[in-house]
Design a protein around this ligand. Structure first.
Ligand code: GDP
Length: 298
């Protein structure tokens, strides 16, 4: 499953209304509303609807297929410049160990995404090392341990309440000593003390860079697609604090507003690397702009 079923069905309904009718203003308004409802963002929707209006004015006998093509091409034009490399490509051309700092608010799906990634990486013959940098939640450390054991990866951890920067430091030292390929560093995501959290993440990042110049090689922000515009606000904050280099959008399967992915990528110009399309350990996919567009309008 591409995870976009719910988002697609709303858009498809309004596209289907064009069947066998000339695209009049009421139909176009309806389409605009459904695109906005999918959370594609006002700017992107404006571009799409401008194209549709032009087509409707200049070409008589526009078919639904024509519209699908037009919408697909325009949206692809928005996404392609921010498509970026896949994680696999980054790992292939990047240094070893390749350090990935995973950030995001509690509940976004950080732990699950790390677990899914660890499994995928070890299945691909790499040696991931996990680092339990969310020392604020004892449960997060234990949960990560369960996942690490399950996929046969090592977990670097300290006691509950330890300094996250110290845990990250340990993780880098261990990765160098044990020739790990990839290091996945979990971090805290408590929302109620936001400025402290951002300070803490900045410190974690600084310490990583001191111990391994050039690292982290990826700051991966995990966002819950079901949180809609909140996800966009979070993306701005995290980006400002720690310089996000890649996005993972989780729970696309649980929302009719999967277009938020486009709004975020378009505004922040940060590539979407991964999408979460379910709770299972295999439900993590590389983001593919072409497939996404086809799934939305196809
Ligand atoms: P964290 O607090 O950021 O570490 O979040 P967790 O990894 O614990 O995830 C929070 C909840 O979201 C869990 O119940 C996960 O199973 C669920 N979750 C994570 N990713 C996905 C996804 O792609 N799809 C669905 N449906 N649920 C997800």
């Amino acid at each position: 499953s591409d995870g976009l079923g719910k988002t697609r069905s709303a858009v498809k309904q309004s596209l289907d209304r064009f069947l066998g009718r000339p695209p009049d203003q009421a139909l176009i308004d309806d389409l605009e509303a459904s695109l906005l409802g999918a959370d594609l963002g006002a700017r992107v929707v404006d571009r799409l609807i401008t194209q549709v209006n032009e087509q409707a004015r200049s070409v008589s006998g526009t078919t639904v297929a024509d519209l699908q093509n037009l919408l697909s091409q325009t949206l692809y034009g928005v996404l392609k410049p921010v498509a970026g490399s896949s994680l696999e490509e980054l790992l292939n051309k990047g240094p070893k160990p390749f350090i990935i700092l995973v950030v995001g608010v509690n509940g976004a799906g950080k732990t699950t995404t790390i677990a899914k990634l660890a499994q995928r990486l070890s299945q691909a013959g790499r040696r991931p090392l996990l680092v339990a940098g969310d020392t604020f939640r004892a449960a997060a450390i234990d949960q990560l341990q369960v996942w690490a054991d399950r996929v046969g990866a090592e977990l670097i951890r300290q006691r509950h309440g330890a300094d996250p920067a110290a845990v990250a430091f340990d993780g880098i030292v261990a990765a160098k000593a044990r020739h790990a390929d990839v290091v996945l560093i979990d971090t805290a995501g408590r929302l109620h003390t936001k400025s402290n959290l951002m300070d803490e993440l900045r410190k974690v990042k600084r310490v990583i860079g001191q111990e391994l110049p050039g690292a982290p090689h990826e700051v991966l922000l995990v966002l819950d697609a079901t949180s809609g515009q909140n996800a966009l606000a979070q993306a701005r904050q995290f980006h400002e604090a720690v310089g996000v280099t890649g996005l993972a959008l989780t729970k696309l399967d649980g929302t009719a507003r999967g277009g938020i992915l486009v709004a975020i990528a378009e505004e922040l110009k940060i590539p979407v690397r991964l999408i979460g399309v379910g709770e299972g350990v295999d439900d993590l996919q590389d983001f593919n702009a072409e497939a996404f567009v086809a799934a939305l309008f196809g």
